[in-house]
Write a protein that binds this ligand. Structure first.
Ligand code: GDP
Length: 479
């Protein structure tokens, strides 16, 4: 499956009509959104003086599984995710560690939530925590091909039981091949029953060490800060067994994973990156998913500027052109130009995917109605991955001025597109814009049934472009 006349036209700065006519003259009858085969695309390219280049998604994802020199490999801090059932104390534990920094006598002083932070457990012994508790984020990252977690801390409230989400967390960790360290929490409570939990854990396939199993286990109280240091020591022991190493060479182009991003009014896009390889430095040009940039500043979890960040180090990075997505790989490039080229290639591929997914029908017909003066308002529902995205989209949409027609955002929210959203859209004749989110199964079915326009985007510019076109009544195919 390759590009359609419409997309080729965009790439070559021509109209779709010109492409279709060219096809016609070559004896091929095609429609505007029909996928053309490779040969046709090559021929058309030649006809218009372009050379077709076919980039597969794999090729465009340049992190060539790089070769690490053995002498560059050094022990790096483990990256830990905290999982467990709701209310068992994940957030309390993360908060305690963030605040106390565990190191005796030193306050952590990490007040910001930036998606990840590093603590020094003892002099020179660090642990990096991903600050999104639960297995959803963990699995979402994994689904995008980013495995960042080395060790899972499974929190189980000792006054409760092994619960459905405990089991899920176990299954998700096992599926990822990530070792578990059990934290039996709330032992300050009189009803705490440690033996019962251990029994239930063994039934769930997690055998703790003192029962002859593999899993280290620590009784703690997240609320009271009891035995947290002991828990950290067990995590470090687990890390030592695994000999987690990273490439600490300063000669190689650094790479890392996007943990979280937001749009800051003053600073622009600010993204938390977990460096995995090499050192990310101020001034480095990079690509990250479909976007690119140049590192303008690096900040640690305390908001302090730092010149560089090495393996397992979470840093706030300034200098992105657009919001990257959690789980995207950030790769340092030779030059700004290389970064831009690769980002553009990826965007083309991405658009191709979006194009295939989205049903144009509804917005097209709205565009027509607007053109004919039948419609004065375009109602939209925005569902997006983060508040930052929503804000950016809303700001952008509000700036689209048009004499006759206006955009109205009737509902917005972070998270999946749900049935309720679809129902609201159906009731209000609105389109749904999904920005880096997908509908759940029921919502998808309902949208199909209602013949509703649900559009998926990952680049803000593309949303604004389409809405603008619809408002100008131009979105309908030119033919
Ligand atoms: P999460 O849903 O897993 O993130 O759980 P939270 O961290 O929000 O904790 C849920 C509730 O349990 C809160 O009211 C906490 O104050 C309480 N809690 C957490 N850890 C402990 C603990 O060690 N002892 C006691 N007594 N309460 C705790």
């Amino acid at each position: 499956e390759y590009a359609s006349p419409h997309e080729l036209a965009e790439l070559m700065g021509l109209t779709a009509k010109e492409i279709i006519q060219k096809c016609f003259s070559m004896g091929k009858f095609v429609t505007i959104n029909q996928r053309l085969d490779r040969e046709t695309i090559e021929l058309i390219g030649l006809e218009f003086g372009f050379e077709a280049e076919f980039i597969s998604e794999i090729e465009a994802t340049t992190t060539e599984e790089q070769f690490d020199n053995e002498e560059d490999m050094q022990i790096r801090p483990p990256v830990v995710t905290i999982m467990g059932h709701v209310d068992h104390g994940k957030t309390s534990l993360l908060d305690y560690i963030r605040r106390s920094n565990v190191v005796a006598g030193e306050s952590g002083g990490i007040t910001q939530h930036i998606g990840a932070y590093e603590v020094e457990v003892e002099r020179g012994r660090h642990i990096t925590f991903l600050d999104t508790p639960g297995h959803e984020a963990f699995t979402a990252m994994r689904a995008r091909g980013a495995q960042v977690t080395d060790i899972v801390i499974l929190v189980v409230a000792a006054d409760d039981s092994v619960m459905p989400q405990t089991i899920e967390a176990i299954n998700h960790s096992k599926a990822a091949g990530v070792p578990i360290v059990v934290a039996l929490n709330k032992i300050d409570k009189p009803e705490a029953n440690v033996e019962k939990i251990k029994t239930q854990l063994s039934e769930a396939g997690v055998m703790v060490e003192d029962w002859g199993g593999e899993c280290q286990c620590q009784e703690i109280s997240a609320k009271k800060g009891l035995n947290i240091k002991e828990l950290m020591d067990k995590v470090l022991t687990e890390a030592e067994i695994r000999e987690l190493k990273g490439n600490f060479s300063r000669e190689i182009p650094a790479s890392g994973i996007i943990v979280e991003s937001e749009l800051d009014k003053g600073k622009g896009v600010v993204s938390t990156v977990l460096v995995q390889r090499g050192f990310l430095k101020v001034g480095d040009p990079f690509v990250a998913g479909n976007t690119m940039g140049k590192v303008r500043a690096l900040m640690d979890e305390r908001g302090k500027r730092i010149p560089e960040a090495g393996p397992s180090r979470p840093v706030r990075v300034l200098g992105f052109e657009d919001l990257p997505q959690s789980g995207d790989v950030l790769t340092v490039m030779e030059s700004d130009r290389d970064a831009r080229d690769l980002a553009q290639k990826r965007q083309i591929i991405k658009r191709e995917h979006e194009f295939r997914r989205s049903t144009r029908v509804k917005l097209d017909s709205i565009a027509r109605q607007i053109k004919e003066g039948l419609k004065k308002e375009l109602s939209v529902i925005i569902k997006a991955d983060t508040d930052g995205s929503i804000q950016a989209l809303a700001d952008g949409l509000m700036k689209i001025h048009n004499e006759e027609v206006k955009v109205q955002i009737i509902h917005q929210g972070v998270g999946q597109i749900t049935e309720t959203d679809v129902l609201l859209a159906a009731a209000s004749d609105a389109i749904i814009i999904g920005f880096r989110v997908r509908p759940n199964v029921n919502a998808k079915r309902l949208a199909e049934k209602e013949d509703l326009d649900v559009r998926f985007y990952s680049v803000i510019y593309h949303v604004l472009e389409d809405v603008e076109k619809a408002l100008e009544g131009m979105l309908s195919p030119e033919l």
